[in-house]
Write a protein that binds this ligand. Structure first.
Ligand SMILES: [Zn+2]
Length: 79
């Protein structure tokens, strides 16, 4: 039986694009498009440090950072 491994809900995907950050606040919006710090294309949106960045680009960067941090943590743990 595999019942022990079953959970009530199917596993959620770890990351869903567009749902990580909440930039609906007006402080994340500028009327003046500036090159995104990640991809270089014009962006109206600003990240938490007020740098021009697309939300999806910032989320992707966060995801990569999180994965790297997790990888580093696992490496530390096995030493
Ligand atoms: Zn971008």
């Amino acid at each position: 039986m595999t019942a022990r491994r079953r959970r009530r809900a199917p596993p959620e995907p770890e990351y869903q694009p567009g749902q990580l950050l909440d930039w609906r606040d007006s402080s994340h919006w500028s009327d003046r498009p500036l090159p995104c710090r990640y991809c270089g294309f014009p962006a109206h949106t600003r990240d938490s440090r007020m740098k021009p960045a697309h939300k999806v680009c910032a989320e992707e960067a966060l995801t990569i950072q999180a994965a790297e941090a997790q990888a580093a943590y696992h490496q530390e743990g096995t030493k």
